[in-house]
Design a protein. Structure first.
Length: 252
């Protein structure tokens, strides 16, 4: 006999349970292989498991979509902050803004080097500094910087803050559903194992090919080992012929 192996993915677990439930539900009352209590348990669990798997995939897709939007906002925010600082530095070089004004933005007054903007945390830090610095410089009588102006920078900065909040929420929701699904996977494996053991025990006296096909009709999954001969109807016929010949051999 080939060896069986429990499902290792959620779709495979669902197929195994669905097949067992469908087969047992359609069987005649006198031909029940799976006990009524186990069948009822499987039916109820299947509904819960299907819903949880669907919820997880829905949350995951939402998370992926949100991440794409988040990445877009990060790129735009980095571009506008970087461009604003570059325009500020050019204004200083042209003498339109005093170099000491850089300190209002948290920048070194004596250098035009751009701060590190490679991380989201850096963008949040410098976005806040740039916005406050520009507002303070204007309050002190300075002319606003244009192209980009601080309003455009603030729009993307606020979007980044909002998207970060959404990302955190999506991550928590996905993690929670995944953890719940992990517990359901363990329950599914235990239930499938119980059903498969019951089915195999019920058909244990059948010939190999007949037993294989009967078990597979309940969703059991079998794999042949490397070089193992596959079972066919001829396998059972050959065994039957040998059994029929055995009494004759014993008499000789």
């Amino acid at each position: 006999m080939p060896y069986r192996r429990l499902p290792t993915s959620d779709p495979a677990r669902l197929r195994a349970l669905q097949r067992a439930v469908e087969k047992a539900s359609s069987a005649d009352f006198t031909e029940q292989v799976i006990p009524y209590k186990t069948l009822t348990q499987a039916q109820k669990f299947l509904m819960i498991f299907e819903n949880q798997v669907s919820q997880y995939h829905s949350n995951f897709q939402t998370k992926v979509s949100a991440h794409k939007q988040y990445h877009h906002v990060v790129v735009k925010t980095r571009m506008y902050i970087s461009h604003f600082i570059q325009v500020l530095n050019m204004s200083v070089q042209r003498g339109e803004i005093k170099k000491d004004a850089r300190s209002l933005y948290g920048l070194d007054p004596n250098t035009s080097t751009l701060p590190h903007l490679g991380s989201e945390a850096a963008l949040l830090e410098w976005g806040q500094k740039i916005i406050r610095g520009e507002e303070e410089r204007i309050r002190l009588g300075g002319f606003p910087i244009y192209n980009p102006n601080i309003t455009k920078v603030k729009v993307y900065y606020d979007m980044l803050c909002e998207q970060q909040s959404y990302q955190s929420m999506h991550k928590k929701n996905t993690t929670r559903v995944y953890e719940d699904l992990g517990e359901l996977r363990r329950e599914a494996d235990e239930l499938i194992l119980d059903i498969w053991n019951t089915v195999e025990a019920h058909y244990k006296d059948l010939l190999p090919y007949a037993r294989l096909m009967a078990c597979k009709s309940y969703g059991l999954i079998y794999y042949y080992r490397t070089g193992e001969k596959k079972l066919t109807p001829e396998t059972d016929r050959e065994i039957s012929r040998i059994h029929q010949m055995q009494p004759e051999l014993d008499l000789q």
